[in-house]
Design a protein around this ligand. Structure first.
Ligand SMILES: [Zn+2]
Ligand SMILES: [Zn+2]
Ligand SMILES: [Zn+2]
Length: 224
């Protein structure tokens, strides 16, 4: 029993300190997840014969569902003090440029297990297409998050998200959204400079009225 635990914790240690911090794992994650997402979509169209247009709608719903998942995972799973997710994300917060990702096969295995059970055994219609969109959302999140720490892009929307994420690295209790800010507004975790009024649900409309929200975020950084 004690021996088994020691082996398990050695493996865990190796996964965390070596495998998850390897370049190969980092880049292969994109390939594996994108391929799996495409497979789930094509599979439902080809072997279940659903109309591509409806598969597209389900795919889009999956992407939207990803946005909320991103928030929930980042806030309540990645920011837990312990556990493989929390420890991994903690490394990211201190070494933001390091190429660290969950071991790729963990995601892929989880996705295929979920797909096999829900789409093939339970035969839930559109599940495979929704899962495809959701996983594509995860890939998109991984690309956007990578760009936040490694690329300089001119696109205004990306630059605002980047400034927004930089604030999260300084104030980890705020700005959990990486590809979308909507859920921070809903849950009230948008970073405000001390003294700034706290906005609730109606904040979406008010924020939209601010001409240059990126300037506001940069001002926050200048202050800090
Ligand atoms: Zn992050
Ligand atoms: Zn980050
Ligand atoms: Zn974080």
């Amino acid at each position: 029993m004690g021996q088994r635990f020691a082996i398990a914790s050695d493996t865990r240690e190796w996964l965390l300190t070596k495998f998850a911090r390897g370049k190969a794992n980092y880049w292969f994650t994109f390939v594996a997840d994108f391929s799996a997402a495409m497979f789930f979509l094509v599979w439902e169209i080809v072997s279940r014969g659903i109309r591509p247009a409806w598969a597209g709608v389900a795919f889009f719903a999956g992407i939207m569902a990803w946005g909320l998942t991103e928030y929930i995972f980042h806030r309540w799973v990645y920011h837990q003090p312990d556990g493989i997710f929390g420890e991994g994300h903690n490394i990211h917060h201190t070494e933001a440029q390091e190429l660290i990702a969950m071991p790729w096969f963990m995601t892929t295995l989880t996705m295929f297990a979920l797909w096999a059970f829900c789409a093939r055994i339970l035969n839930i219609p559109y599940f495979s297409s929704i899962l495809s969109g959701w996983l594509a959302g995860f890939v998109w999140y991984s690309i956007v998050h990578h760009s936040h720490h490694h690329w300089i892009l001119r696109n205004g929307w990306i630059r605002r998200l980047k400034a927004y994420h930089r604030v999260h690295h300084q104030f980890p209790g705020y700005n959990f959204g990486v590809t979308i800010r909507y859920w921070d507004v809903v849950f009230g975790t948008v970073y405000r400079k001390p003294g700034q009024a706290v906005q609730g649900l109606s904040g979406i409309r008010q924020t939209a009225k601010v001409a240059h929200p990126e300037t506001a975020q940069e001002a926050v950084l200048a202050d800090a």
